[in-house]
Design a protein. Structure first.
Length: 274
């Protein structure tokens, strides 16, 4: 079974359920962590994931941060909002050995997305002895922009949650990308360059605000780094992702070359014992 069969990034400060595709009844927003706080994880464990586990998850809920079946590459792509092509000098185990993280933030209140990512950066540096420097290189990137018939089918989010929720799930027509309470910049960072596509993605839609939407598509070798699920047999298959995003939400992806920051790994180790 393919490791990418189900990829859930459930960054929901109020919800403990990772596998729901839709919001439930609105709830009151939680108390937020102070905007100027610089939190760390108060406690954190990193353990190898059982080989039989197929679902990959990253979930933030209140002060709790949990991942399952995630590689160090997955953690770094989320923590730094970069694509795998922007990481240079990684060891062989970097994108193959899978870990589960359980951590609790220090301080009071629910952290923002930026605070979660800062805490994870600190954890990676401490437990993986991770050291890097940044260089600028010419890379192939995708530009996300509005198509000639778009945008469309973007519903203004009414969610009271603080953080976005993104998930990928199997569907009889192929696969569905569910997006809730996300800006298009977050969608480009989290779903497109973080999960689906093989290169960095730049949001040039000019669209602001938070939206709910979904895209149904047929997976192929251009997605998931070539390691995604096998396309299902379907009497009514969905289009490929590049066609689906244009037809269903009125956005388009164009490939261009552009100077791009890359993270060059100077040192990294397998995680220390908990």
């Amino acid at each position: 079974m393919a490791r990418a069969l189900l990829w859930v990034l459930a960054l929901a400060a109020l919800s403990g359920s990772l596998l729901r595709a839709q919001d439930t009844a609105p709830a009151q927003p939680p108390k937020m962590m102070a905007a100027d706080a610089d939190p760390s994880f108060e406690v954190a464990t990193i353990k190898p994931t059982d080989p039989d586990v197929q679902v990959r998850r990253i979930n933030a809920d209140g002060r709790n941060f949990v991942t399952q079946n995630t590689t160090l590459a997955d953690l770094i792509k989320y923590a730094y909002r970069i694509n795998g092509k922007q990481i240079v000098g990684a060891p062989e185990w970097f994108d193959s050995e899978r870990f589960s993280v359980n951590a609790v933030s220090d301080g009071q209140g629910a952290p923002t997305d930026k605070q979660w990512r800062t805490m994870l950066q600190k954890l990676i540096a401490e437990r993986f002895k991770f050291k890097t420097h940044t260089e600028k290189r010419e890379l192939s990137v995708y530009v996300l922009s509005v198509g000639k018939d778009g945008p469309k089918n973007l519903t203004k989010s009414l969610s009271t949650e603080i953080l976005p929720r993104v998930s990928l799930r199997p569907d009889p027509a192929g696969m569905v990308s569910f997006v809730q309470n996300a800006t298009l910049k977050e969608y480009a960072d989290i779903a497109l360059q973080g999960m689906l596509l093989d290169r960095p993605v730049r949001d040039q839609t000019g669209i602001t605000g938070r939206y709910d939407f979904k895209i149904t598509f047929m997976p192929d070798d251009s997605l998931f780094g070539g390691h995604g699920p096998a396309p299902p047999a379907s009497d009514n298959p969905a289009p490929n992702f590049f066609t689906a995003i244009q037809e269903q939400v009125g956005l388009k992806l164009d490939a261009v070359k552009a100077p791009t920051d890359v993270m060059v790994i100077d040192h990294v180790e397998k995680p220390s014992e908990n």
